[in-house]
Write a protein that binds this ligand. Sequence first.
Ligand code: THU
Length: 151
Amino acid sequence: MPNVKATELQELFAVATNTLKNSYSPYSKFKVGAAVLASSGKIYGGTNIENASFGLTNCAERTALFGAIAAGERKFKALAIVFSQKGLGKLSTPCGACRQVMAEFCSPDMPIYTADVSSGKPEKVVHKKLKDYYPYPFSPEALQKKPRRTK
Ligand code: THU
């Protein structure tokens, strides 16, 4: 598993928690923040963005990854996801759509950290690998093609 330093993890949670404050979630009132550490060393934040046409909602994880990819990143070392819902019982996990998007760009061993930040700081931290959440991704091999990346 790629090594994530304690300071990097702290920074990931800080960016995810700050970005969660920009959550646009008037329908669900469920705020999510995410931050991804790219192989360049840069961290990109994302939050969930809902829409009156509910199906167009974009999750925090995909917002973070898409922003990083649009900035030119292609490889990632770690992802943090923070949830804030007072009285949250069991800590949430990333949705299936986000897991599939992660599988396109992230190694099966990439660490994913989740935490509840309803108190203002990360609590109930869970640490898993992408392959724990998503062991059998749909992959480009099924298309008998490698992704033709321009970079
Ligand atoms: N949501 C995320 O941002 N990430 C997840 O992993 C699960 C769900 C958002 C989407 C929607 O805005 C709200 O949480 C409720 O589903």
